[in-house]
Design a protein. Sequence first.
Length: 336
Amino acid sequence: METGIRPLSLGEILDRTAFLYRSNFLLFAGIFAVYAGLLLVFGLAQLGVTSLVNFAQAAVAVKILLVCATIAEWFFIIAAAGITTAAINRAVAWVNLGQPATIASAYKSVLPRTGRYIWLMAIMYSMIGWPVILLGVIFGGVVFSIPGLMSGHIDANNKGTVITLLAAAVLFALCSLGWFVYAVIMGIRYSLAVPVCVMEDLKARASIKRSILLTKGSRGRIFVLFLLVMAIEIGLSTVSQGFLIVLAIKHHGQVGPVAQSIAQIVSFFTNSFLGPIYATGITLFYYDQRIRKEGFDIEWMMHSAGLSAPQEAAVASIMPVPTTSEPLPGTESAHE
């Protein structure tokens, strides 16, 4: 199998991403289905709870409990995202270098470092999302200060209330746009952190610092990959969730729990299908940057020819997990 161990242009990276995705679709989709399944379970559970409890009429204690449950849910989602992304990156690394890979071996190789990947994702999410938390606190304070808003009975004749609502909405929209730009910039800077953590066995903060260094010179190309994947996801999500939009318009925003449950199930399949695309491209960018900056292609060819020992974790850790009790040559560091 031809590998991508040479400098690649943006077009070649995109072509190889599509090739690896098509030729290993069941492998990548199967790995990501674990994360998509967790989202489905949480989504259906949340839908069931909200169907039984009318949030507007619920007591304050119930509202607080639901908010706490949502926060806990996000912690589980972040943890699952870290493990799944690491498994995808490991599988892409194997198939890109012509090594065998399975769903079980990908997860087996990353589970010993579960805490590290969760901590890495937590740091990245907090660094990218702290403006949203601050914005939510400020906007929440404004909402609670408006009489009748929480109970759904707003005095539309009160000009002060209307002006406050409009000003808060405009400010929230502008701040959200600013945060989106900030999130994209920071996300690109951190985009190689998980592949670095997986392939080089670095700790979380060291992986983030190395990602910032490796992405220099290619952040524009990574941004193009991000735009393409986002366009694909938006397009397919619009098509797959179109019936829900039609129902919402037809029933004035009121959609029944059955339709919402169907939408959650459809989202499971779209997430499983589309989730691995960006991770595949990012892993290829990781190798491309290492080749351009550090000559990883020469290092890998020497290792493959048996001319050098796999001294770096970046070489040793990409070998697949052995299926027998005896370790394969050069794989010892993968199980440390």
